[in-house]
Write a protein that binds this ligand. Structure first.
Ligand SMILES: Cc1cc2nc3c(=O)[nH]c(=O)nc-3n(C[C@H](O)[C@H](O)[C@H](O)COP(=O)(O)OP(=O)(O)OC[C@H]3O[C@@H](n4cnc5c(N)ncnc54)[C@H](O)[C@@H]3O)c2cc1C
Length: 70
């Protein structure tokens, strides 16, 4: 197969939009020209965050993210 300039373009596919996937996709986007080398984030749930998320029960919002200061 002939290699064209188009076929040399390489982007990134990130599977999972938890904190690891989000930070990976963001780091890629900051450090690459995303018009040339795009990043696609695939998340199976309706919202990103993974374990770091919040949810509503009755009138309360529960935040699962725990901040442990040094
Ligand atoms: C109660 C609790 C307290 C914690 N406290 C701390 C703390 O104080 N400090 C700390 O550093 N860490 C803490 N952690 C750990 C930290 O939350 C996790 O290590 C971190 O959130 C993991 O992030 P992750 O992106 O690697 O994985 P996840 O958050 O699990 O994200 C993975 C994502 O991938 C998606 N996914 C999975 N399979 C597919 C698929 N086939 N296709 C598309 N998407 C898919 C999931 O839906 C999810 O959104 C805590 C964890 C818990 C449960």
């Amino acid at each position: 197969m002939n290699e064209t300039p188009e076929s040399k373009k390489k982007g990134l596919i990130v599977i999972g939009g938890g904190i690891t996937g989000l930070s990976t996709a963001l780091t890629w986007a900051i450090n690459h020209d995303v018009k040339e080398k795009p990043v696609v984030l695939i998340e199976k749930e309706p919202k990103t965050g993974g374990y770091v998320t919040s949810y509503k029960r009755e009138h309360y919002v529960f935040d699962t993210c725990q901040m442990i200061p040094n």
